[in-house]
Design a protein around this ligand. Structure first.
Ligand code: HEM
Ligand code: HEM
Length: 231
């Protein structure tokens, strides 16, 4: 496994325990949060060519979508790490940030859920890079069976997304995250994995739809016959 793949897998894997803040312990959360920040920086460094060429070349709708998602994700990641560090009582207790605790808490709660949703959507937009072989390997009756399973898990994810109050966190309608201390950690992880899959699928389907509509426009304007590569 390349370092790039390892980082791509480690980020969603670490995201699940991070979302379980009170269930895994505050000190562990802060250490895991800093590790996640390290992964974000490594991932950005691995994609530094993107930053240099952000405004260059043809801006296809699919590329614009990926850029908008990456920039929003970047903003959410900065806000999440910054607000976490400002509230930190274990790793950075010496910071003179006690006056901003209430604001930092609101930002951390809202951005935590936005970050989760955007990371999944972004992973879905880049699905072909993450799992390049999957599309080719899935043929015959396996294809509808896998699609049906994914749809069922995503449907469950939609239910868990609402039941866990994530829309309320995202739009600052709730001031605190509720944690059920009797809930097995595995149930928490399973629900969040299903929510992640829901938004990753949404990202993948959106990417396919945007590319398909670009292809149609190209074909109807005659460009498709020139064999030009699409976004
Ligand atoms: C679930 C976690 C994540 C996964 C699986 C993931 C995966 C990927 C993949 C596969 C690429 C394409 C790389 C290539 O072109 O070879 C990419 C690009 C990129 N990622 Fe991530 N990423 C994740 C989280 C993040 C986060 C949190 C940020 C921001 C802090 C971020 C920022 C970017 C940027 C700026 C690019 C290049 C621009 C683009 O093509 O959209 N990613 N990511
Ligand atoms: C980067 C990924 C991170 C994610 C996804 C994340 C997620 C969360 C979530 C879901 C909560 C519970 C909701 C809340 O009460 O706000 C929380 C709370 C908290 N996090 Fe993070 N966090 C991250 C990074 C960090 C970092 C880097 C630190 C500090 C070094 C940190 C420190 C805290 C603290 C102190 C709380 C308790 C807030 C309170 O008193 O209500 N977090 N985090």
């Amino acid at each position: 496994m390349t370092l790039r793949k390892a980082v791509d897998c480690a980020m969603p894997a670490l995201l699940l325990p991070l979302m379980a803040y009170a269930l895994i312990g505050e000190a562990f959360h802060e250490v895991a949060g800093m590790a996640m920040l390290g992964l974000f920086l490594l991932h950005l460094w691995q994609n530094r060519a993107w930053l240099k060429s952000i405004a260059k070349g043809r801006q296809s709708p699919a590329r614009i979508l990926r850029t908008l998602c990456s920039l929003t994700l970047l903003a959410a990641a900065i806000a999440q790490a910054g607000s976490g560090i400002a509230m930190s009582g274990h790793l950075f207790p010496f910071l003179p940030t006690s006056g901003m605790a209430a604001d930092a808490r609101a930002v951390h709660l809202a951005c935590g859920s936005w970050l989760f949703v955007l990371m999944a959507f972004h992973a879905g937009l880049h699905g072909r890079k993450l799992l390049p072989q999957l599309g080719r390997k899935l043929t015959g009756p396996a294809l509808p069976a896998v699609c049906a399973c994914l749809a069922a898990v995503a449907l469950y994810g939609a239910e868990a997304f609402a039941a866990r109050g994530m829309p309320g966190h995202m739009f600052l309608q709730t001031a605190f995250a509720f944690f059920d201390y009797d809930e097995p950690l595995l149930c928490f992880f399973a629900d969040h994995a299903a929510i992640f899959l829901l938004f990753a699928l949404a990202g993948h389907v959106t990417q396919q739809a945007v590319e398909w509509s670009s292809l149609r426009k190209c074909r109807s304007s005659g460009d498709g016959q020139s064999g030009r590569k699409l976004p």
